[in-house]
Design a protein around this ligand. Structure first.
Ligand SMILES: [Zn+2]
Length: 396
């Protein structure tokens, strides 16, 4: 069923969103369209510091309440895109998924807050307009956005919560060369990381979601360590009695705008909702949760191995590319940097070059932190040209 949904994803994909920096106004216009549809009850639940409305979409009439929110960190938009796709999915009628849709909406009531931090989204910043990391504000409650989230949880007392984020795109699934394209966590509710029935249910759901995603991203699902963070929302919401699943969108090769990861979010979230509706998750043993590899940091964007940089000195180079937003636009540019020079044998590159027998262009020297613009030669001439951390094999 979900593999079919994966195949038909394009039908539900919100076509007006093609990039992560799609902005608040586009979200508002999409919600205005959905408001016309009887299925959706869309309300303004409050305002951000800079007086942008924060919206709550209510769908369904079931007794199990499920709260989903995205983009509490303003520059983490992947799940917001997927939530808009999911709204399209529920707004669709009379297709092969009608039964699934009806069952979810008869059993559950979904409460969706897309873009909880609209000021951060507009500034493409993790933080709220006050410069506060909202995910460290669950106790102090000094941000209006954080206060809104807490009061929603208190008022609704949802059975399940989905805390939707993006993580750095270079995390690996364990100490491997596989990017952690999606990572999960059933957040701890205490220092001892005890497993009570509330957290147990979150783990059961994650076991199912991991199994589903393995079909598309084998060995590329990670898990965050469960260290208790007393100030974070996920940890507190688990403590307050909502089974809380953290989903983090990471990196996937050649998917800079995370459109494939968006699709994975789409099916994973719908799978979770279907499982909550049927109660299917209840039969899962939580042992497989333990075997999901913990996120690690052993991947660079590009590793050049075995490059001779001086007589009697052969090294590996580790290079990363980081994005900077282009002001007044929905795009970004990448700036490369040489991060390490030396033995990188315990690390992996998303791209790798074996430069055995190659050397730098005459007179070219390396410094840590410098942009990766390099020419690699052998006796036959130029073999690789690396421009801003992107390598091209030259024709011989
Ligand atoms: Zn985040």
């Amino acid at each position: 069923m979900f593999h079919q949904l994966y195949q038909f994803y394009e039908k539900y994909q919100e076509k007006s969103i093609t990039k992560r920096r799609f902005g608040y106004q586009l979200l508002v216009s999409l919600l205005e369209q959905h408001r016309q549809h009887a299925l959706f009850d869309i309300q303004t639940i409050g305002c951000s510091t800079e007086q942008r409305n924060i919206y709550l979409i209510k769908i369904g009439k079931g007794k199990t309440k499920v709260l989903l929110w995205s983009q509490m960190h303003g520059d983490e938009a992947t799940a917001t895109m997927a939530l808009m796709d999911i709204c399209n999915f529920f707004a669709t009628t009379a297709d092969e998924f009608t039964e699934l849709r009806n069952h979810i909406l008869a059993t559950c009531t979904l409460y969706i807050v897309p873009m909880l931090n609209p000021d951060g989204a507009e500034a493409w910043s993790r933080y709220t307009a006050l410069g506060i990391d909202m995910n460290r504000d669950a106790l102090a409650l000094q941000t209006p956005e954080g206060r809104l989230l807490k009061s929603l949880v208190m008022d609704l007392q949802p059975a399940f919560g989905f805390n939707l984020h993006d993580q750095g795109r270079r995390y690996s699934a364990g100490n491997t060369g596989n990017l952690a394209t999606v990572s999960f966590l059933a957040t701890a509710y205490n220092e001892a990381q005890d497993i009570n029935p509330v957290r147990h249910r979150a783990m059961q759901l994650i076991v199912q979601l991991n199994r589903l995603l393995q079909a598309y991203i084998p060995d590329a699902v990670g898990k965050w360590p469960a260290d208790f963070e007393p100030r974070a929302f996920g940890d507190n919401i688990q403590k307050w009695g909502t089974s809380l699943v953290l989903i983090e969108s990471g990196g996937y090769k050649n998917d800079p705008e995370k459109q494939y990861i968006r699709q994975l979010n789409f099916i994973a979230i719908l799978k979770a909702l279907a499982s909550i509706a049927t109660g299917e998750y209840q039969k899962e043993d939580i042992q497989p949760y333990d075997s999901i590899p913990v996120n690690s940091k052993v991947i660079y964007d590009l590793i050049i191995r075995n490059l001779r940089i001086a007589p009697d000195c052969t090294v590996d180079l580790a290079i990363n590319r980081d994005e900077t937003s282009v002001p007044q636009s929905d795009t970004f540019r990448e700036t490369s940097s040489i991060e390490e020079i030396g033995d990188m044998s315990v690390f992996f590159g998303t791209d790798e070059i074996d430069a055995t027998g190659l050397h730098l262009a005459d007179g070219q020297t390396l410094r840590l932190g410098m942009p990766a613009n390099l020419d690699l030669y052998n006796a036959e001439g130029l073999q690789y040209r690396i421009v801003n951390g992107v390598a091209t094999r030259m024709a011989i």
